[in-house]
Design a protein around this ligand. Structure first.
Ligand SMILES: [Zn+2]
Length: 60
């Protein structure tokens, strides 16, 4: 993985949003939504990447 863009650190952890932080498809009123998965620099807290667990639910 590339070093942190903020501090150059190379130690990363994984996190995910819970509860209100879920992402829902824009055009669907009723969906469970999916959490955002974050890769976080352990040295400065910079979020290196954000992705969703199940991208297929966003297909139109
Ligand atoms: Zn960093």
């Amino acid at each position: 993985m590339r070093p942190c863009i903020n501090c150059g650190g190379t130690n990363f952890g994984e996190g995910e949003t819970r509860g209100e932080g879920k992402v829902h498809p824009q055009n669907k009123l009723f969906s469970l939504g999916v959490p955002l998965l974050l890769t976080i620099c352990l040295d400065c807290g910079e979020v290196i990447s954000m992705r969703v667990k199940n991208p297929k639910i966003f297909k139109k």
